[in-house]
Design a binder for this molecule. Structure first.
Ligand SMILES: NC(=O)c1ccc[n+]([C@@H]2O[C@H](COP(=O)([O-])OP(=O)(O)OC[C@H]3O[C@@H](n4cnc5c(N)ncnc54)[C@H](O)[C@@H]3O)[C@@H](O)[C@H]2O)c1
Length: 256
């Protein structure tokens, strides 16, 4: 018996580093998976690379749009017969700038994707998860949901906000047997950190990379699969008494 046999999962941000690595693990463990991301071509590429036949499906949606969120949840129910797990993982780093210089629209967009995207996912998926007797909602926060980071104000604000969202949802949904937790990754080696490094110092992004590494007691970035392993634990029945908590995957970053 595999760890996610009989489970149906939605993963948002599924064409990105952490999302695709998690989809691979979920599929290896027997789940059926609905991949959600902005761009259909990238979703098709991801689905093809996963090579999981009819256990994988795709839905292009902007997670900040209420109708599109309802659309991906309905599509999952139609395709696979329900939802057991929502991995609300889509996110944007936004523009690197001090708070006094961030545009209203730029700040707003980061909250819409990173915060409203998770809330809308909970709003539409939780009733469907409850219909199947309960399950797991996992939100990707960040170490930026625990500590501040100069230049990343909109992102840090959004990643703290989803911790409050998670704690409240955990209390509201415990009665229908839905667990709600965040994963809080430290710097992970993928597109998002490369973008942050490039924005922080277009002339010397590698110096920013080294600076982040030095802040991690383990002296390295994490890998997408290391975050996916935590998502697998939280999606599986191994985590049935865990709710309302932050699960940190950061090489010791927030112990400092
Ligand atoms: N990479 C890191 O170091 C790191 C650290 C902590 C937390 N995180 C969080 O992990 C999550 C996954 O990011 P990643 O590291 O895989 O980076 P990534 O950029 O590879 O993946 C993010 C994915 O989200 C998608 N996305 C963005 N806006 C969307 C929207 N409006 N609707 C639907 N999809 C949208 C992107 O298209 C992309 O595929 C994000 O929430 C991110 O904030 C990343």
């Amino acid at each position: 018996m595999a760890r996610l046999d009989e489970k149906i999962a939605i993963i948002t941000g599924a064409a990105g580093g952490i999302g695709a690595a998690t989809a691979e693990k979920f599929l290896q463990e027997g789940a059926k998976v609905m991949l959600v991301d902005l761009d259909q071509d990238k979703l098709d590429e991801t689905a093809a690379s996963l090579d999981a036949g009819d256990r994988v499906a795709t839905f292009a949606a902007d997670v900040s749009d209420p109708e599109q969120v309802a659309g991906y949840v309905d599509a999952c129910v139609e395709q696979f017969g329900g939802v057991d797990v929502l991995f609300a993982n889509a996110g944007t780093e936004g523009k690197f700038a001090p708070l006094t210089q961030v545009d209203f629209e730029a700040f707003d967009r980061v909250q819409k994707v990173n915060v409203y995207g998770c809330w809308l996912g909970i709003k539409h998926a939780a009733p469907k998860i409850a219909e199947r007797g309960g399950g797991s909602i996992i939100i990707t926060s960040s170490v930026a949901g625990i500590v501040g980071s100069a230049g990343l104000g909109p992102y840090v604000t959004s990643k703290h906000a989803v911790v409050g969202l998670m704690k409240t949802a955990a209390q509201e949904l415990a009665g229908v047997n839905i667990r709600v937790n965040t994963i809080n990754p430290g710097p992970i080696a993928n597109r998002m950190m490369e973008s942050i490094e490039q924005q922080a110092s277009p002339e010397a992004p590698e110096a920013v990379h080294e600076g982040f590494e030095q802040q991690v007691p383990m002296k390295r970035y994490g890998r997408n699969e290391e975050v996916a392993n935590m998502a697998l634990f939280l999606a599986s029945d191994e985590s049935t008494y865990s709710t309302g908590s932050q699960f940190v995957v950061d090489g010791g970053f927030t112990s400092m």
